[in-house]
Write a protein that binds this ligand. Sequence first.
Ligand code: C2E
Ligand code: CA
Ligand code: CA
Ligand code: CA
Length: 273
Amino acid sequence: QLPLAVLLSLLLGYIAWLATASRMSFTWEINLGLAAREFELFCQPLLNARTQKCVGVEILLRWNNPRQGWISPDVFIPLAEEHNLIVPLTRYVIMETVRQIGYFPANKGFHIGINVAASHFRNGVLLQDLNRYWFNARPKQQLIIELTERDALLDVDYRIVRELHRKEVKLAIDDFGTGNSSLSWLEKLRPDVLKIDKSFTTALGTDAVNSTVTDIIIALGQRLNIELVAEGVETQEQARYLRHHGVNILQGFLYARPMPLKDFPQWLAESSP
Ligand code: C2E
Ligand code: CA
Ligand code: CA
Ligand code: CA
């Protein structure tokens, strides 16, 4: 009979082997997916809360994996971050957005939001990528970098943020209110936009504590003169509340679900008030 210790170590070894194998296969899968163009860009409109006019879009990534079907970004984005693949993936998003930029109106004031991870700010890699792919794109489009609050607190290089501002790229803090942080970094980062997290939008009118938090976020944005965007707007009641309390830009299924970029011109034509 094998001693328990040997059995245990065999078992642990097997678990470690499994973990490495799955990690390797995930890295492999993503690289394969990038090469085979399995990733597709979707976009979701953002609307002016009063006029209902579309003021921009957020780009959202989708993975149509032929071996596993559609995989949600909530699954593959955290894995990509963990496996150091978020930079090539975001680079692909930037390049693809530029390639399909003709689907978006070229009028001033329209903006395109892209989700970027903090690790992309390191060593100026983001600036290099934007210099190479974004700034030469025509027609010129206003870019908004969406950075989660969690990420903003990590190792974002403030010099790079200043350089982005100099290049007229705007900075949005995504999922604002969920980062569980002190707010001292706001002063250094000076974001242009705060995106109120969906959890707060959903709570409006049903959850007193979270509604109060939303009121405070709104007051904060107004006092600091930062544009407010609410995400996850699903009902007219939520929209009305947000509008009355001074949130100028709304995004959510009430107006439009994320759609392929090629469908956007038709959506825009049909939705124009
Ligand atoms: P996010 O940046 O907070 O994006 C908003 C998410 O909320 C999107 O989910 C969108 O489809 C969803 N959403 C918008 N309006 C509503 C609504 O009214 N109701 C509900 N229930 N959901 C709504 P999605 O596309 O599944 O993306 C999930 C997350 O994955 C994103 O959250 C973002 O953190 C990440 N992600 C997506 N694409 C990218 C990307 O290209 N790069 C990076 N780094 N992250 C991405
Ligand atoms: Ca976002
Ligand atoms: Ca968000
Ligand atoms: Ca979110």
